[in-house]
Design a protein around this ligand. Sequence first.
Ligand code: IMP
Length: 436
Amino acid sequence: MSVIALLGAQWGDEGKGHIADKLAAQAAIVARYNGGDNAGHTITIGETTVRTHLVPAGAFHPHATCALGAGMVINLRSLAREVDELNSHGADLTPERLKIDVAAHLLLPGHVALDGVGESQRGAGALGTTKRGIGPAYTDKAARIGLRAGQMADADTFTDSVWAHVERANVNLRQVFEPEMDAEALAAEYAALAARFAPHLADVTALVHAAIERGETVLAEGAQGALLDLDHGTYPFVTSSSTVTGGVLSGLGVGPKHVPRVIGVAKAFCTRVGAGPFPTELQGELSDRLRGTGAHPWDEFGATTGRPRRTGWLDLAALKHAARINGLTELVLTKLDILTGLDPSPEGDLRLRVCTGYSLRGERVHDFPRDASLSECSPVYTDLPGWKEEIGGARSLADLPPAARAYVEQIESFTGVLISHISVGPDRSQIFAVDL
Ligand code: IMP
């Protein structure tokens, strides 16, 4: 078999955890390939809702190996907390089940401190990062001064490296009059964390290739989304990793011939957390309606930071861009139920809209702008009929009202990608396959 790439096709938070959990049922390995604990994947199993930040969503399928790939930056403190919590819900993440690639980078306390400093120094131009240290950790990786997970196996050099990291961070903290960190205490804390996680070290790339050779399926679980990609997203308002299919290849060490299935996950509307252009962003009543009140785990509040997400209409031009840069072979459409209740008439006040291009200084723009001009673009909308029927019980396309089916068809015809699954609620049972 081969690798299935599962990635976000918008600005993250598309509901990847939900479908990852479903696909993990058939996978031998579920592997994260990018990012760190800036991600937050929510899975609802019966009455229990759990959030994972580093561990892939396969954690609740006991047959699957969970792997953290080379493209990741791993905060060991967060990992320890998360593994303890998931184990308390029965995940059983032993060293046999949870593997950490030797080439993954470690995200250390200095990175977290410097992320916070960087954001406050940017003032009004802040990126709105999750302040998890992601940018500084990838900066050290690119500067070739990062600490790789494999070093956990050598207690002496590991402690020295943590110490050196803290001293380097302290030089920067001193310059901006921020409190310095205690190198001795952190070296001791990280020595204990390294002793705990060293048994999880593995060559994840070799494990992935061995699984492929045995004819098994590997699920590559993305974090964030295409529009937050370092190269192809809305730079500089992006994360610091490769969130797209290219990131699967480099982050796990596989070639494209092993990734025939690339699944993009897209919400039925758009959300964005953090700063940056968002042409279809809504304000007021409609925006609140899409966001929800925060009373439910699936409402649009950051799974990692709790921040309210910005909300807006589905941007089909942006989704087509995501389809192209990823080579999407299928789409999963999530949270279609949230659009229930809009006006059945496309002329009504509460009408359902999708963005099919932009207007920029009086000119019509068809392709998603890849430069700063995006922030000057106004969306060009196509209005569609809404529907009033509750659809949480739908288990096939035929169960959806005609207007919801027309919405699905509009997405497919605009992006040129077929929708393979639709989710109509948070429960495991509320995601159904579409007959292609
Ligand atoms: P960073 O990844 O913490 O550096 O944040 C950079 C940008 O990516 C900010 O706008 C964050 O809000 C956004 N971001 C990072 N991780 C996620 C995620 O998992 N979902 C949605 N947005 C994210």
